[in-house]
Design a protein around this ligand. Structure first.
Ligand SMILES: [Zn+2]
Length: 228
């Protein structure tokens, strides 16, 4: 049984805010949220009774992280963690090294999303090591401090991916399995916010609601996926 003191946490993930300044991959625009909608969602988070247990992350290192995301978050007294693709650092539409430092100065945290946004579950051991170590090394050079968290591209992982992450020195890893979680596990599920998410759907995410059958199904799926 869970201890009564165990805190139920939930993590929301944003990708881009406003108009993209680079060519998007197929399906990616579903996760770009208009600025007004983004402000509305942050307002919901900031005023939510569970605010202390809601964590915010951003994936892909889009330039909107520093232009809109972090400033709006800071304005509301919130904080967030930004997962950067080091292969895109400095490219048009993506964060540059100075932007990453600016995020840190705004009190935000920075983690790795790999180098080239590849599906880690399909890489050879060598390719995977490169994604995990090269991105970590580059971010540590930029930030001047250790980087120990990663978010998994496309949310796709297996046992080999999790082992390689541990071996590379990561201590916290974020998936896209959805729903809340308890305590501080190595692998943490997150829920990606789509541009068409309704207020009702957002409320369920922020409240950490998950029917028992879905919780069970997710737990089994995560355990099985992590083994192979
Ligand atoms: Zn991504």
């Amino acid at each position: 049984m869970r201890s009564a003191a165990a805190a139920k946490c939930r993590i929301v993930t944003f990708h881009g805010v406003g108009a993209p300044q680079r060519v998007l991959d197929p399906g990616e625009s579903d996760y770009w949220v208009p600025v007004d909608r983004f402000r509305h969602l942050l307002g919901r988070i900031a005023s939510h009774p569970s605010r202390e247990r809601v964590y915010i992350t951003f994936d892909d290192g889009n330039i909107s992280d520093v232009l809109v995301g972090a400033p709006e978050i800071q304005l509301r007294g919130l904080t967030a963690e930004f997962f950067v693709l080091t292969g895109r650092v400095g490219l048009p539409g993506s964060l540059g090294a100075e932007d990453i430092l600016a995020l840190m100065r705004m009190g935000m945290r920075v983690g790795s999303h790999g180098v080239a946004h590849r599906d880690w579950s399909r890489l050879s051991a060598r390719e995977l090591d490169y994604e995990l170590n090269a991105s970590k090394g580059m971010l540590e050079d930029i930030c001047g401090s250790p980087v120990r968290s990663a978010s998994i591209p496309f949310g796709r992982y297996n046992g080999a991916v999790l082992s390689a992450l541990r071996k590379a020195g990561y201590t916290t890893v974020y998936s896209s399995d959805g729903g809340p979680f308890y305590n501080s596990p190595f692998l943490r599920p997150r829920t990606s916010i789509r541009r068409d998410a309704t207020d009702g759907a957002i409320e369920r995410i922020l409240s950490g609601e998950m029917p028992a059958w879905r919780w069970l199904r997710r737990t089994i799926r995560m355990a099985i996926t992590a083994r192979f």
